[in-house]
Design a binder for this molecule. Sequence first.
Ligand code: ADP
Length: 501
Amino acid sequence: MTNNTYKYVLAIDLGTTGNRAILFDRSGNIVGQAYKELTQYYPQPGWLEHDAREIWQDTRTVIELVLQNTKISAREIAAIGLTVQRETCLLWDKTTGEPLHKAIVWQDRRTASMCRDLAAKGKDKEIQEITGLILDPYFSATKLTWLLNWVKQERPAIDLDNVIAGTIDSWILWNLTGGQVHATDHSNASRTMLMNLATLEWDRRLLDLFAIPTQMMPEIKHSMGSFGKTDPQLLDAEIPITAIFGDQQSALFAHGCDRPGLLKCTYGTGSFLIVQTGLNLTRSSQKLLSTVAWTQPDSTNYALEGAIFTTGASIQWLRDGLKIIASAPETEDLASSVEDTNGVYFVPALSGLGAPHWDTNARGAFLGLTGGVKREHAVRAVLEAIAYRVKEVVEAANRDSDFSVARLKVDGGASQNNFLMQFQADALGIPVERPAILDATAQGAAFGAGLAVGFWDDYGALISTRKIDRVFEPAKGGRDRIEDSYRIWQKAVERAKNWSE
Ligand code: ADP
């Protein structure tokens, strides 16, 4: 079969809100996609779980659907790129393939006290030195410890020699390859709080600290390279899996941010601003995270990241929790229908506060409520709060670097919201650039996989084919007008900090 037989690359994008399969052609265009929203389980306040079986089932379903809808055969697919929500992790039995507990999602705060105890012992500095991360329940390490303790207590009959661990990429790779490959890539591994950022290996001291047996952990591989082939039972072709990225790093790759100083912000469940720092491991003085952008057999790219936990998740909460909107897109018209928030400020700390505060005990809040406040004001306050959180992180990145962010490249579900993007441009006083393909996460995985397998050969050329949908220019004097509200909002953030006991 010549290389021309292959016409497509398949991206599998497993997000927090839902799971997607997208087929890209040789021009980098989307030829078909399928999506399924994922069930969220909230067993206790501050906890969030996903059913790993559902993620695997939905992965199969969306792949089947996209092939059926486009009438494309699996034999025409050159490679698969996989990108996933990061940090979310699980344990499963390698003899039965059965997950031992629901996966604990990155937003889950159940291990806050474990983190506090470690900090009290002064372990936070050592952890940051080794992993580039801030000690926080966000990362996988304490979640895996919790899961292991649960298995030992609740399922004592389980033979721990059969138990293996992984983030969602490892779980899906293991299933895609029919249980043949237990691996992850450096970008996902760098978010577990168990990988040494300099050596790019699991760190013995951290595995001991978190009491995680080494043999449970997946092999760490280059983000672009060979991860095995799909199980012949699965599709009517054995398709090579040639790229795995954490979702945010994948979007960074899709935006062409491969040189120091280039950055993007994704507006999904959370918002993540990532700045490429090139081949050097750079450390932050502003509580940003040092992380792996991606690796190839001959190079490692690093990045600095500002992680904001609940932005789109606050919109989902307006829909599913408060039920004051029927759909996320509706927020654009509602927010635009009022002049301002009528004095209402929202703190989107539904899962604590990430960068640059790192306050596990912060909780969400509406402040400034008076009798005249309507649903439109509350909705607008939520959108403005998303823009304010991003502004805080952009300002931290500016303080951390020897350049000033001059333009914000965006993607992700909530970047479709024109009100939010215009408000963001105004609040920052810089242009916000939105690409035509908002699924940058999936696009990055497809590009990585296609480049690794020789389906494409020039990253720069591929990136230059990407079209821009719209540039939101900052309104004249907009930043000054917003600055006062921003200052009051920061006061609201201070009130919401250290709330939960
Ligand atoms: P993830 O990859 O984290 O699952 P996505 O990039 O798929 O996230 O984006 C989904 C999120 O975007 C949801 O939280 C949803 O509420 C939000 N969202 C989608 N469309 C809009 C919109 N038009 N306005 C505001 N938020 C939106």
